[in-house]
Design a protein around this ligand. Structure first.
Ligand SMILES: Cc1cc2nc3c(=O)[nH]c(=O)nc-3n(C[C@H](O)[C@H](O)[C@H](O)COP(=O)(O)OP(=O)(O)OC[C@H]3O[C@@H](n4cnc5c(N)ncnc54)[C@H](O)[C@@H]3O)c2cc1C
Length: 422
């Protein structure tokens, strides 16, 4: 069955994924000569860099997500459909979704990446990923439910399981989450859970490599470690997590640590779609893409953002999978569509940063290395300006001010999924 989309004389561009790449592309093209179909499995755009603050009860999910229909309210040229891409039929220029099929003249794949558990079924089953709003809320619920559970038990070992957290992966997500957890331990637990012994709460950050933040400078990695240790995080470098059975983590060097919560921030991979042959994919299932964003050996199929791998001497494995890549590729592709002229994509590295709790961050800006308070203020403003929607910016800003001065995040609710009474 075809998905109901009005027929038009205009050429149709189907954009799959309304993350950083797809959303910006749709914005740039929604008043163009094309009919735009924007498809996502969710009816909102989400701001992934702040997922960890939702998980730590610092922000409401609605502050970092934006309803797609609201974003394109005044535009009749764009058709939003909530559906999940399953398959690409290249011959008939059709995509097949869980709700039906859609014909395209041009297809843009902007489906981002998902968590990579590297084939470990135990980790997939038991560890917490952090790649969506739902997963952030799921983690938030578990953190607070486990703190409640810890008060219910007299057994030391069980209590350790409830209160200790292991974060795997020393990239920006792992580092930022560890910092936020350490602050929660310091400022919130003594007030909300005075009966719990704070000394018993351990936060581990495990990284298989010999430094944190491998995508950033040496200085940033070293400073992040110092900052985290100052606020009480147990940083373990050269520690490879091999398995997790839901109760114990097993590392390569033989350690076995009790915990009911492992957050997996150690890798991502892109989804693969039926109809796009295996040889079209590079490392991490990124689509091998020419420098004008066209997917290799296909006709009228493009990929942008995390999903695309455009290689060059400077980027032999493709550009970094960060928001700026997706945004810049989207702008580049929009220009190509509008002008009809194909051009080579040039990535402009605007720098990278990570925050470690309040007042501390690290930033690499070209050759400049910033650490500490100034980097933290920059981090705040860069993220604030990148959030979609004025209301969201205001809400996030007010929340941050409130949290900063009160040392309190006020959203510590355990929202249980609805269960129908029997
Ligand atoms: C926790 C976390 C923190 C991060 N922090 C930073 C940071 O500080 N700075 C930075 O630059 N980058 C950060 N990133 C990376 C950054 O968010 C990504 O690089 C960026 O979102 C990629 O944009 P994209 O458009 O390619 O994909 P995404 O933004 O991931 O969007 C993909 C979209 O596709 C949709 N989708 C996926 N599969 C399907 C399907 N089959 N059918 C329909 N829809 C589908 C999804 O719902 C989603 O809306 C972070 C990522 C995470 C997870």
């Amino acid at each position: 069955m075809p998905i109901n989309i009005p027929e038009s004389q205009k050429e149709r561009i189907v954009i799959v994924g309304a993350g950083f790449g797809g959303f910006i592309l749709a914005r740039r093209l929604c008043r163009s000569q094309y009919q735009i179909v924007l498809l996502d499995r969710n009816n909102y755009h989400q701001f992934q860099p702040l997922f960890y603050q939702v998980a730590m009860a610092g922000l409401e999910p609605s502050s970092i997500s934006f309803p797609l229909r609201k974003a394109f309210q005044s535009n009749k040229n764009i058709h939003i459909r909530v559906a999940e891409l399953l398959e690409v039929n290249q011959e008939d220029k059709q995509i097949i979704t869980d709700c039906g099929y859609v014909n395209y003249d041009h297809l843009v794949i902007a489906t981002g990446a998902t968590t990579n558990f590297f084939g470990n079924e135990n980790l997939r089953k038991h560890a917490f990923p952090l790649k969506s709003i739902s997963e952030s809320l799921h983690l938030r619920n578990h953190i607070f439910q486990d703190l409640e559970n810890a008060l219910l038990t007299r057994d030391y070992d069980d209590r350790q399981g409830f209160i200790d957290v292991i974060i795997v992966g020393g990239g920006p997500t792992g580092v930022e989450l560890a910092g936020a957890l350490a602050e929660m331990k310091k400022y919130i637990l003594p007030k909300d859970y005075p009966e719990l012994d704070q000394e018993e709460v351990d936060i581990y950050l495990m990284q298989s490599g010999d430094r944190l933040l491998p995508g950033m400078s040496e200085v940033a990695g070293q400073k992040a470690k110092v900052f985290l240790e100052e606020i009480g995080v147990n940083v373990q470098l050269n520690t490879r997590v091999m398995d997790y059975d839901g109760s114990y983590v097993y590392t390569k060097d033989g350690a076995k640590i009790r915990t009911d919560k492992v957050v997996w921030a150690a890798g991502i991979k892109c989804p693969k779609f039926k109809g796009l042959q295996d040889e079209l994919y590079a490392r991490g299932n990124r689509l091998i893409t020419h420098d004008d964003c066209r997917v290799k050996n296909t006709v009228d199929i493009y990929a942008i953002g995390d999903a695309a791998s455009i290689t060059s001497e400077a980027y032999p494995y493709g550009h970094p999978q960060v928001a700026q890549t997706a945004i810049q590729m989207a702008k580049h592709l929009a220009k190509q569509f509008k002008t009809g002229k194909q051009k080579s994509f040039k990535y402009k590295d605007l720098g990278s940063m990570a925050t470690i709790g309040r007042n501390r961050a690290v930033a690499d800006l070209g050759k400049r290395r910033l650490t500490g308070f100034f980097a933290w203020v920059m981090w705040l403003f860069v993220h604030l300006f990148a959030i979609v929607g004025v209301k969201n910016k205001v809400f996030v800003f007010l929340n941050w001010i409130w949290n900063y001065f009160t040392y309190d995040q006020s959203l510590r609710l355990i929202i249980k999924p609805y269960k129908k009474e029997e």
